[in-house]
Write a new protein. Structure first.
Length: 377
């Protein structure tokens, strides 16, 4: 059974003249127990969508269902949801214990039951030794655990989380990311999580919704989003470093098809290409490949471009942990084209200006329509 369903949901702000709707024709079914992540750049409509599920924003058009019941006209309190906010939203004059117990006290639950529930959840979150402190007396990570605990103790139908880790430092973000994932697995609770951080989306979500300008671009598992992006936006947004995009033309040769730019990459014979891609013969399109599927090695002299590779000049070498990102300029005549980026080993040390042979795994080359941006299957 679907726990949360959004059917043709729109959000149009009445005073926003000549501005596109914040959310447009949003359709999504979130399964019971699923961890669903809404991800996209700032202003894409993900937080607005979350707030409409919570009842904190009205819906212009469409329906939202929780447990099969339309909740458009229900107040947030009657929707049986719990929300974790970006700024924690703790009461500064209440102890951590009182903050976690606040929702249960509103339900007029007996005190001994409240204490038992809060104590159990606090132990799981490893904050049971802090319960008598005020929010100002604990760290940001500990305050976030209290905010999570306050949501968990209520045993809601759905958890909603609005960028809960954005105020934490990098190390604490990784720790809390793991913590939230662990809690979700233990509780099996349906969770809708909003973030602009694609690493959070890829590591935490069972499925991901990629949004842009109020529209869903793609819904899928992390693997589907990464390996089978629906369009150029998704391909460029997901992945670090981003996917390389190279404009070119699909041409016929005596050996089959080739992708031609300042170089030529041989593809496969026509009978092995999809009919859709064959229709793009002698047309411009966008070729794309992830930095993970390219290699580079230093060479002497100019060299002649190969069937599955090309020569370029190293413009920048970035050391990133155990990886090195090599930025290689392949077209000296057209400086408007961005260099390709290759994920290399930390041991691949080259001076800037070094001549490199770049080779690509042609099985991992994707193509996108130059006008619509949709992937050509």
């Amino acid at each position: 059974m679907d726990k949360v369903s959004l059917r043709h949901v729109w959000k149009i702000y009445p005073n926003a003249k000549n501005v596109a709707p914040a959310v447009q024709d949003f359709n999504l079914d979130i399964r019971d127990g699923e961890f669903m992540v809404l991800v996209g750049a700032s202003g894409c409509g993900k937080t607005t969508t979350l707030r409409m599920i919570a009842g904190l924003e009205s819906i212009t058009k469409g329906e939202i269902l929780i447990d099969g019941k339309v909740v458009n006209d229900l107040s947030p309190r009657r929707r049986n949801i719990a929300m974790v906010f970006q700024n924690y939203a703790l009461y500064p004059n209440l102890t951590l214990l009182e903050n976690m117990a606040f929702g249960l006290r509103l339900r007029k639950m007996e005190k001994y039951k409240i204490n038992d529930i809060v104590s159990e959840r606090a132990k799981k979150l490893e904050i049971d030794h802090l319960m008598d402190r005020l929010p100002k007396d604990v760290s940001g990570g500990q305050r976030q655990r209290v905010a999570l605990g306050r949501a968990i103790v209520r045993d809601p139908s759905v958890f909603l989380m609005d960028e809960p880790l954005s105020n934490l430092d990098a190390k604490m973000r990784v720790q809390m990311r793991t913590e939230i994932t662990r809690i979700h697995r233990e509780l099996g609770a349906t969770t809708v999580y909003v973030t602009h951080d694609q690493t959070e989306a890829m590591t935490m979500g069972n499925r991901i919704v990629v949004m842009k300008a109020g529209l869903i671009q793609q819904v899928g598992t992390p693997e589907e989003i990464f390996n089978e992006p629906a369009n150029r936006y998704v391909a460029g947004f997901i992945g670090t470093p981003p996917m390389n995009f190279i404009g070119g033309r699909l041409i016929r040769t005596d050996k089959g098809f080739a992708f031609s730019n300042a170089f030529m990459l041989m593809l496969i014979p026509e009978e092995k290409l999809t009919p859709t891609l064959v229709k793009y013969a002698d047309h411009d399109l966008i070729g794309a490949i992830r930095p993970d599927y390219m290699t580079a090695k230093a060479v002497n002299g100019k060299g002649k471009n190969m069937e599955n590779g090309f020569y370029g000049t190293l413009e920048l070498s970035e050391l990133v942990g155990a990886d090195r990102y090599l930025h290689v300029r392949y077209n000296q005549q057209n400086r408007s084209e961005a260099p390709v980026v290759i994920r290399a080993s930390i041991h691949d040390r080259y001076d800037e200006g070094t001549r490199l042979l770049v080779q690509a795994d042609m099985n991992m080359l994707l193509f996108f329509d130059i006008n619509s941006g949709k992937r050509i299957l």
